[in-house]
Ligand binder design. Structure first.
Ligand code: RFL
Ligand code: PHB
Length: 391
């Protein structure tokens, strides 16, 4: 098999990249180790920055998002039983975010790709990227017990944190920057209308909680839990009781309960691999960087990376210049580190670290107080949350 761009992974990064290359008349092959149903069901992100929405629309993948996505003009910060709304358009000159689940983006992009005849190959596991610095890098893969090779001009590793692409960068050229956090998120999906019309980020002495949603009838909620928590260890009523405690306010706000249809625990980490390019191998999305989900940035960063790669390769095809491909890593990392900073700030602002001492508690309270009393501080949050421009 041969192609111009070999794409490993059919998450949002790989699927959108294939779509963008299609639009530019550049052929690609997408290899995905899981089956289609799995990829379409994997519950993850929910918040799209304005720039991500614009990219999906321009790629012709925005039709259902425009119909079913929910525009959100703010979030609520909740602490000490108080509620504070951050008004995005007022603080950013009109920017907002959209709630549209990652599962739905993947479904839309998969349908579009298959409609055009693919190639998008499920249950094909990439084993290694070979000769990434040569003229013809290869992806060795396995399908149905048989091994084969995909010959490419470029390989883009969109294979997430646990993928193989990153391993093709020699250790002596790799630099890894990392933080793990001593807690995770227990996430649930519940068949109940969201108890608030915008997201609620709550800091509580018992730990962080987040109220989000997937649609007007489906809620998505998260609880900070100790590292290593087993999702099955909590019964449904215990989850609702704990959510209720952490969202408590002094007014008559109430948390509605409903049947829990899915639950899982996510560990939290910050991770950046530099550089994001090695020869003709490019890393994009979670394959190159992870942010803790508190800032809702992971999916949006993945989109930024593949937009940058598609532009750079189109530029190379049209002009012969490799300038943008050469600048790929540096350009992406600038945006990545801003998202790392913001996600770290949000995480340390709102979570209760086990063993946090009273000094840290007071500092957290002071940071929150500052946020709700200074327009400058609030603007900083609103700008980062709604996203920095893609260029
Ligand atoms: P993905 O989605 O992990 O996709 C990688 C794909 O590669 C496949 N794969 C392979 N295929 C072939 N051969 C191999 N050897 C392979 N190894 C792996 C995998 O099966 C998979 O299909 O990475 P991608 O495309 O970079 O997308 C990144 C996003 O998924 C991720 O950043 C976000 O989900 C993060 N995230 C959020 N991001 C946001 O922007 N907004 C949010 O609100 C948000 N909430 C979240 C999140 C992530 C969460 N979890 C579970 C980590 C909430 C949570 C709870
Ligand atoms: C989600 O809806 O899954 C979600 C929303 C906001 C976050 C993280 C996750 O910060």
């Amino acid at each position: 098999m041969r192609t111009t761009v070999g794409i490993i992974g059919a998450g949002p990064a790989g699927l959108l990249l294939a779509r963008l290359l299609d639009g530019a008349g550049i052929d690609s092959v997408v290899l995905e180790s899981r089956d289609r149903a799995y990829v379409e069901r994997r519950q993850r992100a929910g918040i799209l920055e304005q720039g991500t929405v614009d990219v999906l629309r321009a790629a012709g993948a925005g039709e259902r998002m425009d119909r079913e996505g929910l525009r959100h003009d703010g979030i609520e910060l909740r602490f000490d039983r108080r509620r504070h709304r951050v008004d995005f358009p007022a603080l950013t000159g009109g920017r907002s975010v959209t709630v549209y689940a990652q599962t739905e983006i993947c479904k839309d992009l998969i349908a579009l790709r298959l409609q055009r005849g693919g190639p998008l190959l499920f249950e094909v596991e990439a084993l290694a990227v070979e000769d990434p610095t040569g003229e013809r890098p290869r992806v060795r893969f396995r399908h149905g017990g048989e091994e084969d090779v995909l010959e490419c001009e470029y390989v883009v590793g969109c294979d997430g944190f646990w993928g193989v692409a990153r391993k093709a960068v020699p250790a002596e050229l790799s630099r890894v920057f990392e933080r793990t956090y001593p807690f995770g998120w227990l996430g649930i999906l519940a068949d109940v209308p969201p108890s608030h019309d915008e997201l609620v980020y709550a800091r509580h002495a018992r730990g962080f909680a987040l109220l989000s949603m997937r649609s007007p009838s489906v809620s998505r909620l998260y609880l900070q839990v100790p590292d290593g928590t087993d999702a099955g260890a909590w019964d449904d009523e215990a989850i609702w009781d704990e959510l209720e405690r952490r969202f408590e306010t002094d007014d008559d706000w109430r948390l509605e309960r409903g049947p829990i249809t899915q639950r899982s625990v996510t560990p939290m980490r910050s991770f950046v691999h530099e550089p994001m390019r090695h020869g003709r191998l490019f890393l994009a999305g979670d394959a190159a960087h992870i942010v803790p989900p508190t800032g809702a940035k992971g999916l949006n960063l993945a989109v930024g990376d593949v937009v940058a790669f598609a532009r750079a390769l189109t530029h190379r095809m049209r002009t012969g210049s490799t300038a943008l491909l050469d600048a790929y890593s540096e350009n992406c990392l600038r945006r990545v580190w801003q998202a790392e900073r913001f996600s770290y700030d949000m995480t340390t602002l709102l979570h209760r670290a086990p063993g946090a001492d009273p000094f840290e508690d007071r500092l957290q309270a002071a940071r929150l107080e500052r946020l709700v009393s200074s327009r400058a501080a609030e603007t900083d949050l609103a700008e980062a949350y709604t996203g920095f421009p893609l260029d």
